[in-house]
Design a protein around this ligand. Structure first.
Ligand code: GDP
Length: 195
């Protein structure tokens, strides 16, 4: 997709603030620091629209970006940040769960993982939960440029095995540094947005 317009719309702290224009929504989830903001910026050709290194502690905020007036990318707060309290964790869970289970315009969830490392416990819980509810998901393994190409296949295999990735769930190899996987990911996003 050729992105000609991208704008930050709102940091929504509750369902009443979610947009009402019914454009398709593509949500992004992943651990803090996994590279979610960098991925968004790369996808929309912007250096800094999605803040790199998002502030930890802001556990209850969905950031909406409107792309080409066609769809929204919806950035979830990063999870797995050690300093977050139990209460904040629960608030995160309630907000995300409410969104994922009730949000009609939601078309696809991108679960962002770091290709270099095995999925964390939080990643696995997230993936199992998504699978359980049979939500449409695409796993994105980012930071691919950080390991040699010769080791990609091994890491992908390990990641698929750790997650017990379902055959109907795609996995995209990505790099916000080189743009690897960008066109493939837009293809998957558009297919779901238009479905
Ligand atoms: P977020 O907390 O998930 O939004 O993570 P950020 O996008 O802020 O990225 C965390 C750190 O990883 C930053 O220093 C980024 O520059 C770096 N980073 C993110 N994606 C990539 C990537 O694909 N390749 C490389 N080499 N570094 C990346």
């Amino acid at each position: 997709m050729k992105v000609t317009k991208s704008e930050f719309v709102i940091s929504a702290v509750g369902a009443s603030q979610y947009p009402e224009d019914a454009l398709p929504e593509i949500a992004l989830a992943g651990r803090s620091n996994v590279g979610k903001s960098s991925l968004i910026n790369k996808m929309i050709n912007r250096k800094n629209l999605a803040r790199t290194s998002s502030t930890p502690g802001k556990t209850q905020q969905l950031n909406y970006y409107r792309i080409n007036d066609e769809l929204y990318l919806v950035d979830f707060p990063g999870y797995g940040f050690a300093k977050v309290s139990k209460t904040q964790r629960q608030a995160w869970g309630a907000m995300i769960e409410g969104y994922l289970l009730n949000r009609d315009p939601l078309k696809l969830l991108l679960l962002i993982l770091d290709l270099r490392h095995p999925p964390s416990k939080d990643d696995m819980v997230m993936y199992d939960w998504i699978s359980h509810y049979d939500l449409p998901v695409c796993v994105v393994a980012t930071k691919a440029d950080k390991i040699p190409r010769s080791r990609w296949a091994k890491h992908i295999k390990q990641m698929k095995e750790s997650l017990s990735l379902r055959i109907d769930h795609p996995m995209v190899l990505f790099s916000s540094e080189t743009g690897l996987g960008k066109d493939e990911l837009w293809g998957i996003i558009n297919a779901h947005a238009k479905a």
